[in-house]
Design a protein around this ligand. Structure first.
Ligand SMILES: CC(C)(COP(=O)(O)OP(=O)(O)OC[C@H]1O[C@@H](n2cnc3c(N)ncnc32)[C@H](O)[C@@H]1OP(=O)(O)O)[C@@H](O)C(=O)NCCC(=O)NCCS
Length: 211
């Protein structure tokens, strides 16, 4: 049951990462699920997806919540009824949650070469021009941060019509900075977000706060 990492960002914000090494049976034996969740689990085709979904319930238990307190709105955005904000992500054998008094979003992405081929689908010309592309590894890492940041922001402001490329711009950063800012401009509203990121085992964890 490995809790892989805990980040105490501040007194009201915690990030928890789980490394999913457990079997489905092992995970099932350690959580109690409400009926709605059990039905969702049953409908999942991939065993990895089920394990990831269950591991999130274990992360919740780490911070004193249970599946009974976690709800979803009509768009799939998770929430609690106690005023705390929550965001969830899973990717391959990692899952993570962020819980905060502030409005937050989180994303984990695996660093993959394939991201180079789809870069122009989610970064705009200004962002692309600022990225130095001669170091392929650095380029992949930066694109992964940008993708994760945009996903995290999307999870905060999940509105129909938001385009990663046209409406969200992630400002310049170096991988060593572990933070940057991003701007969402959508329907005449401009919002600034603080972005934090870190890497482990070829994965990039990104979380965003609305400023
Ligand atoms: C909803 C979305 C943000 C999920 O992200 P993902 O990287 O596919 O998957 P993750 O594992 O990181 O996140 C999944 C979790 O996000 C949360 N989530 C789902 N829909 C959400 C929404 N509308 N708002 C906020 N959070 C949401 C859920 O908690 C979900 O996990 P759970 O259902 O097991 O609890 C994503 O699928 C999406 O729609 N992105 C926008 C698409 C887009 O514009 N792409 C641009 C292509 S260029």
């Amino acid at each position: 049951m490995p809790l892989y990492k805990t980040i105490n960002y501040n007194s009201t914000t915690q990030i928890l990462v789980w490394e999913i090494t457990e079997s489905l049976e092992e995970l099932l034996g350690n959580v109690v699920l409400k009926e709605k969740t059990q039905l969702r689990l049953n409908a999942m085709k991939s065993e990895m997806h089920r394990r990831a979904f269950l591991s999130v319930r274990l992360l919740l238990q780490e911070v004193g919540y249970t599946d009974f307190e976690l709800h979803y709105d009509q768009f799939g955005k998770p929430y609690f009824n106690d005023g705390k904000h929550v965001s969830i992500t899973h990717s391959h054998h990692f899952s993570a949650i962020i819980i905060s008094d502030e409005t937050v979003g989180i994303d984990i992405e695996m660093q993959r070469e394939k991201i180079i081929r789809i870069a122009d689908k989610f970064v705009n010309k200004i962002e692309l021009n600022r990225l130095r592309r001669f170091d392929a590894e650095d380029y992949i890492k930066k694109l992964t941060v940008k993708w994760g940041a945009k996903e995290a922001i999307f999870k905060i402001r999940n509105e129909k019509g938001i385009s990663f490329k046209d409406h969200i711009q992630v400002n310049s950063f170096e991988i060593g900075d572990q933070k940057t800012t991003a701007i969402l401009e959508f329907e005449n509203i401009k919002q600034v977000f603080s972005i934090y990121f870190e890497e482990f085992e070829k994965f990039t964890l990104v979380y965003a706060f609305e400023n």
